[in-house]
Design a binder for this molecule. Structure first.
Ligand SMILES: Nc1ncnc2c1ncn2[C@@H]1O[C@H](COP(=O)(O)OP(=O)(O)O)[C@@H](O)[C@H]1O
Ligand SMILES: [Mg+2]
Length: 380
């Protein structure tokens, strides 16, 4: 097995392709956008929509195994590969569950793992019943297609919830209880076909307007909480039967309850730190899993803070990089996206720490982040 196909050409595909290339693989990306972040570092990019069957077939023919870097792809494309004798990991039953919040939450509960209370809403007449059983404040999310806080509405009253349903234009929704969490956590894990599972240390995540802003590795939580989160991730990976790297997101409550928020069947933004401070990154681990190679037990060389660099809509040139990199503890990762549209994930940096990932380190990371600014000016 020495050729890998990736459906999706974003930054996750790019970082995956970089590790796959380092390990000697031939990488083909499928993405509708020419010169995509992943396409730039692949041997080849097929430029076509993800649901284009001829393109999917071509991707299958040109590679030995196909994977995907985000879950909002057409499941028919993955099924097509399976039905035509091409290998694809994770498989379509994993994708079916993880691309639908209702199926995903029911699945997590069937694993005996708690989530926020929720009800499915299909018709407007379901809103009142869901509100009665779940209560307020609530968050309504489209069952499918949402990411980075998109397709979500917060509601404190029945009127607001009805307004959210109207705004969703008839999309199937989940009506979910707002959790007054003390921390958001995630665990990156990888499972291979031999049912081996490795989990990385628990990470603490800070979101701003539904988008990840910062990850702190390791999370500032008790050993008991960390162990429970890692065990839940292992259980979920095994029950799903996933082959590849995945991420489980959690809410930690004041009573130390660990609730699962969602599962991503792919490498995850909160695992970028593994590139810089672990022996085997989440991306290499994914290569290993889908190519039937042994997994590498995660070893953390240093604590780290990862901060996302989002576009601001104020220009496409990133100013302040020289200043940022005057701090040798910082590793910069940019994704090769041309336009720094507001809120778009353009890159990230990892601050590799000598000491603990504490308040002081977080302050330093924020100060480093403030050095960056998107401008229209072209540097001399
Ligand atoms: N039930 C909830 N209670 C409190 N905050 C929530 C809840 N659901 C989502 N959020 C907030 O919104 C963010 C994005 O929601 P999430 O369900 O993870 O969707 P996405 O697919 O966009 O990442 C979460 O990381 C969290 O900060
Ligand atoms: Mg999320």
């Amino acid at each position: 097995m020495d050729r890998i196909g990736v459906i999706g050409g974003g930054q996750l595909g790019r970082m995956f392709a970089i590790d796959a290339k380092r390990m000697g693989y031939h990488v083909v990306t499928l993405d509708p956008q020419e010169h995509s972040p992943s396409g730039q570092v692949s041997d080849e990019q097929i430029v076509a929509p993800y649901e284009d069957k001829a393109a999917i077939e071509e991707l299958g023919r040109k590679t030995d195994i196909v994977t995907y870097e985000f879950e909002n792809i057409d499941i028919a494309s993955v099924k097509y590969l399976e039905d035509h004798g091409f290998k694809v990991s994770p498989n379509s039953s994993v994708l079916r569950i993880t691309q639908d919040r209702t199926l995903e939450k029911r699945f997590v509960r069937e694993c005996g793992i708690p989530t926020a209370d929720f009800e499915e809403i299909v018709h407007s007449s379901d809103v009142a019943g869901a509100a009665m059983s779940v209560g307020f404040p609530a968050i309504l999310k489209t069952a499918r297609g949402g990411y980075d806080g998109k397709g979500q509405w917060r509601a404190r009253t029945l009127d607001e919830a009805k307004g959210a349903f109207a705004a969703s234009k008839g999309a199937r929704l989940i009506f979910e209880k707002m959790i007054p969490f003390v921390r958001e956590l995630s665990v990156i894990a990888t499972r291979n076909a031999k049912d081996e599972v490795v989990t990385y240390p628990v990470v603490e995540n800070v979101h701003e307007s539904g988008i990840l802003a910062m990850s702190i590795a390791p999370a500032r939580v008790s050993e008991d909480v960390a162990n429970r989160a890692r065990t839940m991730a292992t259980t979920i990976g095994r029950k799903l039967g996933i082959v590849g790297t995945y991420c489980v997101e959690y809410f930690l409550t004041a009573k130390d309850e660990v609730l699962v928020n969602e599962i991503a069947p792919r490498p995850h933004n909160s695992g970028h730190y593994t590139i810089d401070v672990t022996q085997c990154s989440q991306y290499e681990q994914h290569v290993r899993a889908i190519c039937n190679l042994p997994l590498s037990p995660p070893r953390l060389f240093a604590n780290a803070i990862m901060m996302n660099i989002l576009g601001e809509g104020t220009g496409d040139h990133l100013d302040g990089v020289d200043d940022l990199l005057s701090d040798p503890s910082i590793e910069l990762h940019m994704y090769g996206k041309k336009h720094a549209v507001a809120r778009r994930k353009m890159g990230h940096f990892t601050m590799v720490l000598n000491g603990p990932a504490d308040e002081n380190a977080i302050k330093r990371a924020h100060a480093a982040h403030k050095k960056l600014r998107w401008t229209t000016a072209v540097p001399q």
